[in-house]
Design a protein around this ligand. Structure first.
Ligand code: CMX
Length: 426
């Protein structure tokens, strides 16, 4: 069995030839038309980049290399990274190889802890994660080899090596953020016998007598791994990496976008919303009470957190996976029961309300309730879990981008006067 790197080397060579032939034969073929609304509207719907690791189908949700996410939700994150990169799920030997490589690099350097401890007490956990990981940029092998004058065709190799080290250390850094920021006591060292997600669960130090918290971490890290190329974090990471900034710069830049309330931070909002309901009704409300509560919220001009999506037009299959986990592990937990009751009530109300293009739940509607159930109650930490998972997609996308030798991103911008002039020209 070829190692992941050897497999990638062969695949990248074939991809390069395929794309070069495609561009040569069809380089002038238009793939998009851009309207005035789109340039002022976040470029929604404009086909403007390539991402081969995953796609989002409005009805089926996230599809990783032809595998709908719901069908691979029981796979380990390490298997998913292999899939994102190669389009294939690893066999047992290939999986062991990835795990051994990550375990060999899992120890975080002491200076990262010093950096985290030096940050202001009220730093957001996402800021701490970014700073902690960026402090390791001094170890970038890509930058070192670039400075030594490596060939363009070798860029992806050192992006890969940096990615392995970054991913391997990530649970340790993220757990250190948690334990430092929320005064949880001494750091817990990694156990090389555990898989990536179980190690993260262990290092967080959340009590887990049944092993179900580790299972939740496996599910969580698998489900959030990637979401095509145009979302804020992926697109930012893509742009930064296109300037040949190394993976430490590129991934942390992507995370800084993930930290926004319209993107990754939405998951903490959703749990706030559910806990407010629990407080207001002193427990789980009836469906009729919840219906009225939802209408009151909409009539006061507020959105229902966890519902709606820019691309999806059906229940997010990742929500379904979390719901099934909750039904199995904590069906009687009041917070989870409210999440489930919202799922019964909100889509009907949003349909009747008639504004949201998608009345169905997104991934954020249920994940927070499960974390809360296990005692991970620090909301502001939730986006860090998302970031740890999403690092898999960000690294995979940009290893492939450097493999393909994609150019530096440089779309053209227009002044509003130029837009008006274009319109006047007809
Ligand atoms: N509750 C109430 N109104 C909603 C709504 C919701 N959950 N979702 C959309 N709408 C409203 C929009 O605010 C918009 O109203 P206006 O025309 O008055 O501006 C209208 O419906 C049309 O919006 P849309 O095209 O359906 O949705 P967008 O693509 O503009 O926005 C999203 C998508 C996710 C920001 C939006 O659905 C929303 O705010 N949802 C609640 C917050 C949330 O759950 N965020 C997590 C997103 C998870 C992710 O991106 O992965």
């Amino acid at each position: 069995m070829a190692s992941l790197k050897e497999k990638l080397a062969a695949q990248i060579q074939a991809m390069r030839e395929d794309v070069a032939a495609l561009v040569k034969a069809h380089g002038d073929k238009p793939v998009a038309q851009v309207t005035v609304s789109q340039i002022y509207g976040g470029l929604r719907g404009v086909n403007a980049m390539v991402c081969d690791t995953s796609m989002v189908d409005p009805d089926k949700g996230l599809i990783i290399r032809d595998h709908p996410i719901g069908e691979i939700a029981n796979r380990l994150p390490e298997e998913i990274w292999y899939l994102l990169l190669t389009g294939e799920l690893p066999d047992a030997e290939a999986l062991r190889e990835v795990q051994a490589e990550w375990a060999a690099h899992a120890q975080i350097p002491p200076y990262v802890i010093n950096v985290l401890r030096a940050m202001p007490r009220d730093s957001h956990p996402m800021a701490m994660l970014s700073v902690g990981v960026l402090s390791m940029e001094c170890e970038s092998l890509f930058r070192k080899h670039y400075e030594e004058g490596m060939k363009k065709t070798d860029y992806w190799i050192w992006m890969y090596e940096d990615s392995v080290r970054l991913l391997a250390r990530l649970p340790g850094v993220a757990a250190a953020v948690y334990r430092t920021r929320f005064d949880k006591g001494d750091l817990i060292p990694p156990d090389p016998k555990l898989d990536w997600a179980a190690n993260y669960a262990r290092m967080l130090g959340v009590p887990d007598p049944t092993g179900e918290f580790a299972n939740l971490m496996r599910l969580y890290l698998t489900l959030h791994c990637d979401h095509e190329g145009g979302n804020v974090s992926a697109y930012t990471c893509h742009t930064v990496s296109s300037a040949l900034s190394d993976m430490y710069y590129a991934v942390t830049a992507g995370w800084n976008g993930l930290a926004g309330p319209l993107h990754g931070l939405a998951n903490q909002e959703c749990l706030h919303f559910v806990l407010d309901i629990k407080k207001k009704f002193g427990g789980v409300p009836t469906d009729d009470q919840l219906k009225q509560f939802t209408w009151d919220r909409l009539n006061s001009g507020q959105v229902v957190p966890g519902y709606g999506h820019a691309v999806l037009r059906a229940t997010d299959p990742r929500f379904t996976c979390f719901r099934e986990f909750g039904l199995r592990v904590c069906p009687n937990d009041e917070v989870f029961r409210i999440v489930d009751a919202l799922f019964r009530v909100v889509p009907g109300v949003l349909k009747e309300h008639g504004k949201a293009k998608n009345p169905w739940p997104n991934v954020d509607a249920g994940s927070g309730a499960l974390l809360y159930h296990f005692g991970l109650t620090e909301f502001s930490y939730y986006t860090v879990l998302f970031a740890v998972s999403r690092a898999m997609g960000l690294t995979a996308q940009n290893i492939l981008n450097r493999g393909l030798g994609l150019a530096i991103s440089r779309p053209n911008s227009l002044t509003t006067a130029e837009v008006k002039a274009l319109i006047a020209k007809g």
